[in-house]
Design a protein around this ligand. Structure first.
Ligand SMILES: NC(=[NH2+])NCCC[C@H](N)C(=O)O
Length: 412
């Protein structure tokens, strides 16, 4: 390495402008969330409701996440952490005021305690407020106020005044960049609904993002980012199942057409099960023209094709997904990496997010190491697999794609 010449001042490069046109273009900037206090709130009594399958060992989950981030930075990817972005956004006093409002649930607390909580949160600094927004707050932690309160007295000290958001870890779902616009998701499950407010604050007030245009902003039908795949520039696939609804998919399609972000949208019905909660639990792209897909659905996956028409959309199909996708992408065929697994191994590895890979470039993906068979087949097919451990991270049922929201990818 040559030392910088003393005469030429080092010019700091501005970060690349947000823009994502594909699933596999070289990844430049990604939003991750290092899990924190919110995971420590999980107990055997609340984990189902909070959408975790067991109680993670938090320190180990953080270590695993740090390794994940290191793999990405090792490949030249800039990692933006959600907590840092939130604190930066909350430095704007309008964001601070709005955030306090989103945290106060008057249905739960009533007006008196609601007012007391709002007054308290308005005095907390940006970091402290971000901690409450992400990690939640219990009755025990609520600073003492004067006067009698039935709400305080009748709640258990460990009940939540503000619910924790353990699924913030899955940054894929709460927002999605399509072209140069960001869509804030409308999350289907009550345990995740408030994540939207946090992402909204980040994109509205963070100096780096506040100029970004919004896609889908004003619609409310559920759409989650795990269901949205950018198959090729101008071509979106949107899973419709446990999370994203037909209305959500149609609404996002119309908004993408209106903004010229897409020419074709495929709406892909998936089973309404926890195992297949998002399209990216059964299918992710690993190369320009290749996907890894759960073998059990390979031949049955269907798609409706939506295209813009002067004053609306035309809907065709359903037709086999692989054919509809190839046609929309203008390629002969979409390769499916044949994992060739026996049905039991395939089902086990699908559950453990074997199909949920994150491409850092065409043909290079991050995957959980535990899915030994799926990863071996990917390598047989010439895909480079960057393995990470996810024994604790995986307790929330999400893999590398779920845990990452690409902000900038280079064009293909
Ligand atoms: N894109 C994904 N597959 N995300 C997985 C999200 C998992 C999370 N526990 C949930 O139930 O919402």
């Amino acid at each position: 390495m040559t030392a910088p010449s003393p005469d030429i001042p080092e010019v700091e490069q501005p970060p690349p402008a947000p823009r994502v046109d594909s699933e596999v273009g070289p990844l430049r900037t990604v939003l991750l969330h290092r899990p924190g206090t919110e995971l420590k709130r999980l107990t055997p009594r609340n984990n189902d409701q909070l959408l975790f399958d067991s109680i993670p060992w938090v320190d180990r989950a953080q270590d695993e996440h740090d390794r994940f981030a290191e793999v990405l930075t090792g490949r030249g990817v800039e990692v933006v952490l959600l907590a840092d972005a939130l604190v930066a956004a909350l430095a704007d006093e309008r964001a601070h005021a709005a955030a306090a409002t989103t945290a106060v649930d008057r249905r739960r607390l009533g007006n008196e305690l609601g007012d007391a909580l709002a007054a308290h949160l308005s005095t907390v600094d940006a970091k402290g407020l971000a901690d409450v927004l992400m990690g939640g707050m219990t009755f025990e932690e609520l600073p003492h106020a004067e006067g009698a309160s039935l709400v305080r007295r009748m709640h258990h000290p460990h009940d939540f005044v503000v619910d924790p958001l353990p699924n913030l870890l899955f940054t894929r779902d709460s927002s999605v960049w399509i072209g140069d616009r960001v869509a804030i998701a409308s999350l289907a499950m009550p345990a995740r609904a408030r994540e939207t407010a946090l992402l909204d604050l980040i994109y509205a007030y963070h100096p780096r993002f506040r100029a970004a245009g919004r896609a889908y902003g004003a619609h409310y039908a559920p759409v989650e980012g795990g269901d949205v795949l950018l198959l090729a520039p101008g071509v979106l696939a949107i899973g419709v199942g446990e999370r994203t609804t037909p209305a959500g998919a149609e609404s996002l399609a119309r908004s993408a057409f209106r903004d010229g972000l897409a020419h074709t949208v495929l709406a892909v019905p998936i089973a309404q099960d926890r195992a297949t909660m998002h399209l990216d639990t059964v299918c992710t792209m690993v190369d320009r023209d290749a996907v890894v897909m759960y073998p059990a659905i390979r031949d049955t996956l269907q798609a409706y094709t939506l295209r813009p028409e002067s004053d609306g959309v035309v809907v065709d199909g359903p037709a086999p997904f692989l054919e509809a996708a190839a046609a929309a992408m203008s390629i002969d065929r979409l390769r499916v990496i044949h994992t060739g697994l026996d049905p039991v191994t395939a089902e086990r590895e699908q559950w453990d997010d074997g199909n949920n890979t994150l491409a850092v470039a065409p043909g290079v993906v991050v995957a959980y190491e535990r899915n030994v068979e799926t990863n071996a087949r990917l390598e047989d097919a010439g895909i480079e697999v960057l393995r990470i451990s996810g024994s604790e991270l995986g307790t929330g049922r999400g893999g590398p794609r779920c845990m990452s929201c690409p902000i900038t990818r280079d064009p293909l």
